[in-house]
Write a protein that binds this ligand. Sequence first.
Ligand code: TYD
Ligand code: MG
Length: 445
Amino acid sequence: MHYECQSCGHLTQRWAGQCPGCSAWNTMVEQSGAAPRATGGGYAGAAGTAVVSAADVDVSADPGRPTGLGELDRVLGGGLVPGAVVLIGGDPGIGKSTLLLQALASLVTAGLAGIYVTGEESLAQVVQRADRLGLSREGLQLLAETEVERIVASARRDSPGVLIIDSVQTMHTEAVPSAPGGVAQVRESTAMLVRFAKSTGTSLFLVGHVTKEGALAGPRVLEHMVDTVLYFESESSSRFRLVRAIKNRYGAVNEIGIFAMTERGLKGVSNPSAIFLSRAGASPGSVVMVTREGTRPLLVELQALVDPTSLGNPRRLALGLDQNRMALLLAVLHRHGGIATQDQDVFVNVVGGVRISEPAADLPVVLAVLSSLKDRAIAADTVVFGELGLAGEVRPVPNGEERIREASKHGFKRALAPRANVPRKGPAGFEVVALDTLADALDAI
Ligand code: TYD
Ligand code: MG
């Protein structure tokens, strides 16, 4: 008898209210059978695996096979690598099945055999989707099955280049006695599929559900078992879909792929800066920043609304940004800019549903707040980026020159940027204002 955490898979001998592994509450569930015992070095006499010299290792890595969806290739790190295991998460109805079906159809057209395993929808539903998306049925191999042993057996027989599992939460294996959907089932099923992928060089896509809180459901260990974790992060009300690489053994993390939703499925957006910037003109509280998520610069608009507090506690709300970071920036603005917001509600939003995780948004946030507070617009031809330190100093961010080029390319004429990010020779007709402190930034606008 032992207890297993339903969130991280941690095992204990005794029940606990809080998991000692991941600190989640009320996740320990009783499991029948003996706990798996850790094996201690009992391998004496085994032949062992040959050790190789680093000099002899072949490094001509496969760049990956293009999936035919450029934005998907971008988040995968170039394309589909043989034997790679990719977990795709996102809210229900956001487009996971659509994206994978499109990718499969295009890989099949390019001559790669693939199997789409559906554990949620019937074969007819999958075919109807393919028809609606205008995909050719020719060569699309489907399998409606939830038992991993059978899936692996079918895949061994057909040896496809790519295997899609929609979704991993519906899979179960005979090897584990517990109920389907449980942490042990999902983990063991995934492990079995991953072993198959690695031993045969089959590329594997796993669709994973997310919980209400937005985390990938099921055992956290799934993220460690796969090579790449992709995540749909935009809201389902938006016309655009952002797919972000949260982990990637084959490419840059935080890379985002941007798709537009159409009746014909997801279409890659080749010039994302243009869509996030569809604004009429300058208005108070609006600031354009150049962010760099993954490997490409992106122009996005930040909006702030500062309004006198009507109830006791001032409200702070950040959408698409870290809320704690915003609280910190408001403190810096007070201490080093002399501008108080204690009696104001502050709301900040990143337009278009992008999430910005880098500190280059510090300065834009502060200036957007100030612009709203003073009800004065910042010039429409100006972009802003830079990190703000607790001492009120403006700190450089990576790839300043590239950000400035992106702004110039989209018709902006001026940038407020950290001094160390000012290029020696910027784009023609473009002015870069070098900033050392928050006070410099306040002077510049
Ligand atoms: P679906 O791919 O089934 O979402 P998930 O697998 O993540 O739950 O897509 C949900 C619905 O949205 C489906 O009815 C099809 C529709 N849809 C489009 O019409 N166009 C699109 O580009 C996408 C992504 C979805
Ligand atoms: Mg689906």
